[in-house]
Design a protein around this ligand. Sequence first.
Ligand code: CTP
Ligand code: MG
Length: 477
Amino acid sequence: MNTSFTLEKVLEKIRPTEEELSEAKELYSNVRDLVLKTLNIEYPFIVELEGSVAKGTALRGEIDLDIFILIKHDEMTNEWLRNNVIDPLLKAFKDMYFVQLRYASHPYIRIMHRGIEADVVPAYWANDPLSIKTAVDRTPFHTRYVKQHLKEEQKDEVRLLKKFFKGIGVYGAEIKVQGFSGYLCELLIIKYGDFMETLKNISQWRAGTVVRIEQLDETDKVLRIMFQNPPLIVPDPVDPRRNTAAAVSKQSLTTAVIASSLFLKYPKETFFFPPKLKVSFNTLAKFLQKSDRETVFLVYKIRNQVSPDVLWGELKSISRKLRNILTNRGFSVIDARIWSDESKMSLIMLDVLLPGRLTTYELRVGPKVMKSDNLMHFMMKYLSKSGVIGPWIGEDGKPYALVRREYIEPKQFLESLTRQEMISKDLELSMVTDDIRNLEHIEVNESKKDDFIHWLTEAVLKKPSWLGIDGVSSSLM
Ligand code: CTP
Ligand code: MG
């Protein structure tokens, strides 16, 4: 038996089947006919297929349609759209399909039919990318650019790159992932030719790298200033005012660079199909104890049904805030992660090293800038407090004081905070625990349960699953 790794074997698993493609195309043509029959507006419009099915870069099992209605109406408001496009279409679709009205920056309709999702998105029909009104209006230009520049044999190369990015967890521009969009994958293949050549280039990227798809007069330095120093800059060939890689975070960039270098050295399937580890809550609890970590979980109920971008945005901001507060109070926070089923439950995990080994006193440092009022405030505060050692003035000109530490355990400290500091508009705190076993029975959307356990296992073991599971079982002993 030949067990050696080849890209062809991956492709055999990720190329869409004829059946799913023809089902999707049939759905498109039915939706298109229905739109043309239903809409009764005084502006010219066309229905056009965008997205990966139109570009020939979709992955098996993930055939989603992006159906755009391009309307030549210069003063199109969301209200006009609701009354003249969305509402009549909702009515017409309802009898045939399962439909939902959704909002991103714009209203659109999601149709779900026999396992296929189709977004029906109204947009402004612009003559050229410079006269677009909102970001959605740019999409048709992206589709056209890719159709013109991506060669037939490169479509499989895009599929490999997308699946690789999915495997290592950096595919998608949404807030949850902050990674590489489908369009960005296509541009990289257009630029570098194929999957392997793209990985070779990515492995050489560093923070602030500029990738030019088309020639531009501006220097790298000017582009970095223009786009305000993002981790990665890929000016959009259809609209160079925009950075196609604007969503890519430092974490996603580093993940892509490391995974590319590793894959070039040790190519294997786990990069595309990471093993899904599942370990019991008891084993996880023991592992945490053995590694001297106190891991605090904040469990939230989702109060209002909001879009995933809003939800993950709120979670990221609470988690960042709590991590900072803990770090400032001397706790050694090594990691903070977030999970959500995007319907009922969300969770923040704060991973803290060496609980209970904090010193009796903690150091407080006065203001950095020498300003009489602030200096006085610091001195008076600690002069009048009991149990304080100091205050004194250091060689660096800053005042210092040692105060008795109130909280040794991160969980106790978090509980001493006001609820206001731990919640947000759409999230209600339902539990704070430092015992992972308490998560076994919390309410999670049934369809996301497996994903939750895999996420939790990886969050505890700390090694990304795309690296494979070598050595994992021994570390759990
Ligand atoms: N789009 C949008 N609003 C939606 C759905 C899609 O504006 N409700 C736009 C996206 O911004 C993107 C294009 O449609 O420019 C296609 O989006 P997406 O499905 O994310 O990318 P694909 O290239 O189709 O890749 P995938 O295979 O992941 O679907
Ligand atoms: Mg799509």
